[in-house]
Design a protein around this ligand. Structure first.
Ligand code: FMN
Length: 224
């Protein structure tokens, strides 16, 4: 049996999936249970769109067409990272990219290779299911944090069921295309996508295990 500790420790962002469908009942089960996530005053600010099959293929085509027209994306709705990221976050971001590209032998000067790998975001890395998380534009940082808790629940519950995920802020680059496709209400902002499916165990990119800062870097005990 998977414990919460197992799930938190073993969940990883997976970037290559098997061509194996995920039953609707499994997704309903995951999302119903994730709905138990906490939110301030129990607002439950999250909205999720779940896409598979022909609609997913159509959206992938539309996203690609948009990026061909506007390689820099459709204009940011929010800053995925603050401009001029400072230390230690800047180095962590750099290392995260370097470690990931190293698993597939893409060197720093191989800009084209990096671009191709990045573009796989917009195919959900071959996952059979794509999720999109949105929230009302009127919400502030508190509700964004609550949406994050909901997303973590989705990822841990998926892991418990033998499924893998990759949260994807990359989708915000094509928020207009996604919004139109999903009929997102005007007052809703697309925060993030998420690939979900069965991990390809043989894909080198899935060998990545990211590191973490030691406890002392982020925990401050007092009175112990
Ligand atoms: C909100 C969020 C958005 C992310 N967006 C992307 C993305 O667009 N593409 C991607 O490949 N990984 C994305 N990631 C995955 C992170 O790179 C990953 O979580 C981090 O490197 C830690 O690795 P781990 O998830 O395997 O523990 C995202 C993660 C989070 C939490």
């Amino acid at each position: 049996m998977t414990t919460v500790t197992d799930a938190v420790r073993k969940r990883r962002s997976v970037r290559a999936f098997l061509d194996k469908p995920v039953p609707l009942e499994t997704l309903q089960d995951i999302l119903t249970t994730a709905g138990r996530s906490p939110s301030g005053a129990n607002l439950q600010p999250w909205q999720v769109h779940v896409v598979t099959g022909a609609p997913l293929a159509e959206l992938v085509q539309k996203a690609k067409a948009s990026l061909q027209e506007n390689p820099m994306g459709e204009g940011a709705e929010y800053d995925v990272y603050p401009p001029n990221l400072w230390e230690p976050y800047r180095s962590r971001r750099f290392k995260c990219g370097e470690d990931m590209y190293a698993t597939i032998g893409i060197t720093r000067d191989n800009k084209f290779g990096r671009l191709i790998q990045f573009s796989r975001n917009f195919e959900f890395f071959g996952a059979p299911v794509g999720l999109f998380f949105s929230l009302d534009r009127g919400f502030d940082r508190g509700q964004w944090a609550h949406l994050g808790m909901f997303m973590q629940s989705v990822m841990l519950l998926a892991h418990e069921r033998g499924l893998a995920t990759c949260p994807q802020e990359a989708w915000s680059a094509v928020h207009k295309t996604v919004g139109t496709f999903l009929n997102l209400p005007e007052n809703h902002l697309l925060y993030c996508g998420m690939a979900l499916g069965y991990a390809d165990p043989d894909a080198p990119i899935n060998s990545l295990v990211t590191d973490r800062a030691p406890l002392a870097d982020y925990v401050h005990f007092k009175g112990f």
